[in-house]
Design a binder for this molecule. Sequence first.
Ligand code: SAH
Length: 248
Amino acid sequence: MLDKIRIILVNTTHPGNIGAAARAMKNMGLGRLYLVAPKKYPDEEAVWRAGHALDVLDNVVVTETVDEAIGDSGLVIGTSARERKIPWPLMTPREVALRAKEEPSKQDIAILFGREDRGLTNEELQKCHIHLNIPTADEYSSLNLAQAVQVVSYELRLAAFGEALPSEKETQNDKRDWDVPLASTEAMELFYAHLEQVLIDIDFHDPKTPRQTMTRLRRLFTRVRMDDMELAMLRGILKKIDKTVGGK
Ligand code: SAH
């Protein structure tokens, strides 16, 4: 299970945090670190803070966009210290780790960590199936980036090697034996773009006064976790609507 985990650090400012995150990962048996447009990397500070996790740094994948780093991952988790305006499915690190165990074995699991000063943007958080919040004291909820990576990696390790909890066995969310691959984030982004265009064409949605239509629709489809075949059907329906109303 741990080999499927991509830890993705978005727009990190301090290279020391990158090194410390690499170390936190290696301590827990994780090895796949992705950096989206880091401010300063490679950097000596990252090497100092990595300790004996230099192999994790050597294998780092640097990308320009979050979408590239997520790639064809099947489950995308966004970590956040704050509650957002529109509530999203929210889990603790422990719940996320148990969920990760139930995922199909072939698809990666991406876990996004935000900027030191501003966290993840709403747009980035809306790409995620689940939001992960590390429970903290009310007075100060924001952990250091690498320490947040540590807590999450630790729970993943416990879940990967620990005894299964009884409640885990009868869960409704078990996708391991699903017959069709789950839709990738890339495919979902194309679907949302298509859906928005059709909603505009049929005068349901006005991009000038968007309210939160697309956000709420994203949340709906994120909850469902569609597979490739279901997604292909919906795309087919959208195409027919397009044809009928003479849209683009
Ligand atoms: N001011 C920012 C905090 C950024 S802390 C904000 O309000 O979002 C940097 C990153 O560490 C966050 O983006 C998140 O990935 C992680 N992090 C820090 N505290 C966390 C917490 N309590 N739960 C989950 N992730 C947390």
